[in-house]
Ligand binder design. Structure first.
Ligand code: AMP
Length: 280
């Protein structure tokens, strides 16, 4: 695996690979890699000749200084894991380099920017869109891979790609889970043992919501789900909602909606975990 820290060097290399007629796959990450990230790597390897991973803990998308400071950073392990799984290129930019020469980004994100994750973390998706655009422009891939676990992020990126008329294929991949159902996440490493034991209640609540979707009202499902998660003193629900995945409008009834999605954000202490599940 070749590691690039400078954008210009990366771009020269990518161009030389494209000149050979080869295709480029790309998946951006913030490191502290786990099997969920590696699944994106394998999806890219299946489709593309050369796979690029980026690791960059992007300060502009953090709305809480402590969260940024405590975000897990495990570069040695990350490099090993990527190498073991056949990643071709790792891009680890410096902030000054990747943000230098940034052009203004005028996006209309509507309620995607302000609902759910946007409402709990104001400015988060503007930060996400800024860095993802810069990384995508740096790598200029044929295919880019993102995890559906960050559903609202997927919708923001989809909207940005359309508005900027970016020319690559976007792929949204399913969520990888631990054996007990907890969605894999870099933040899971920060959970202490009692928080880790309680955390699978999030997936349990989402799964029960799916079982009840045709027999219970949306408001009943939501209150049951919150009660189940908060049956553990370790967990506090930030939001639990059922929404239309096309526009993230909250639903009061699922009648006639082909694929409603349940979305959850839950605090374990000050660690915020998110997950989602399609209900039909
Ligand atoms: P992150 O490093 O958390 O910013 O995530 C980098 C990419 O990996 C994003 O596209 C995430 O949606 C994706 N991802 C994170 N966790 C998972 C998971 N459990 N399963 C699949 N993809 C994931």
């Amino acid at each position: 695996m070749i590691i690039f820290r400078g954008r210009a060097e990366l771009q020269l290399y990518i161009q030389s690979i494209k000149n050979e007629g080869k295709s480029i796959g790309f998946f951006p990450t913030m490191g502290a890699l786990h099997e969920g990230h590696i699944a994106l790597l394998h999806s890219s390897k299946k489709r593309c000749d050369l796979t690029v991973c980026s690791i960059f803990v992007n300060p502009t998308q953090f709305t809480n200084a402590e969260d940024l400071e405590k975000y897990p950073r495990t570069p040695g392990n990350d490099i090993l894991l990527l190498e073991q799984n056949g990643c071709d290129v790792l891009f680890m930019p410096q902030s000054e380099d990747i943000y230098s020469g940034e052009k203004p980004l005028n996006l209309y994100l509507g309620n995607l920017e302000t609902s759910f994750e946007g409402s709990s973390r104001p400015g988060h998706f503007t930060g996400v869109a800024r860095i993802v655009r810069l990384l995508l422009e740096a790598v200029d891939p044929h295919d880019a891979f993102f995890g559906w676990k960050d559903l609202q992020q997927c919708l923001v990126i989809d909207s940005m790609v359309k508005q900027l008329n970016m020319k690559f294929r976007l792929h949204f991949m399913p969520t990888l889970r631990e054996a007990d159902g907890l969605a894999m996440s870099s933040r899971n490493r920060r959970l202490n043992s009692t928080q880790r034991e309680a955390a699978p209640l999030i997936y349990k609540a989402l799964s029960e919501a799916r079982e009840k979707v045709n027999s219970h009202s949306v408001s009943q499902i939501i209150s049951d789900s919150i009660a189940l998660i908060e049956s553990s003193p370790e967990l506090t629900v930030d939001y639990f909602a059922i929404a239309d995945p096309l526009n993230l409008e909250p639903l009061h009834s699922v009648e006639g909606v082909s694929s409603p999605v349940a979305l959850a954000a839950v605090f374990a202490g000050n660690i915020r975990l998110i997950d989602n599940l399609f209900l039909k």
